[in-house]
Design a protein. Sequence first.
Length: 234
Amino acid sequence: MRLGKYLAHAGIASRRGSEDVIRDGRVSVNGEIVLDPARGVSGEEDIRVDGSKLKGAESRVVYVLNKPVGIVSTASDPQGRRTVVDLVPDTGRLYPVGRLDSDSSGLLLLTNDGELANILTHPRYGVPKTYRAKVGGPALGANALRTLSEGVELNDGITLPAHVSKLGAGLIEIQIREGRNHQVRRMCEAVGHPVLQLERIAIGPLQLGRLKSGGHRRLHAGEVQELRDSARQD
Ligand code: URA
């Protein structure tokens, strides 16, 4: 792997930021300063940034969790409520990747990889998040579905185009590439269909699948790479 990419994966900075760190002469490989971000490394080398040895890839972990309703998705809660981090026994420090509302359920990632978390949550990378929403209000009409997919005027601006499909009476699937606060709830409310239940079923290519409520599993390297690859590259 190229050294620049390796540093980005290690959470040093974005791909471009990591290349700058290398060109600035701050990175050594086996004791020798390397200035070329394209230099190939296997990960077996002693790679240091500003003299500090990088943790190996094996110490970075990503878990997928099926968050139950009623659990907050912060790393710690000032009111002492149970958080998603309590659901994943791991000796290291883990952080939720983005948030789900307490009354939402479904796919949430927990990781100690800050760079991956940034790729998956920053709107610049446009990683799609897919939700299944049970909504109230009158029968879902073509107008509401069109507005949801073309853009909804919210108090923080119009939403980007979304993929929306009706799955049944009062049940929609919606895929968005932004991650504003309470976005799906606000979008549905704005078109006259308040959300009654909200579940996230996918982030990029990663599906919630059959993971039971409250259950978790560690992602394998291939799944993590697919998540990275789902980021927009422009
Ligand atoms: N949009 C919402 O409104 N709530 C969530 O939990 C996630 C997306």
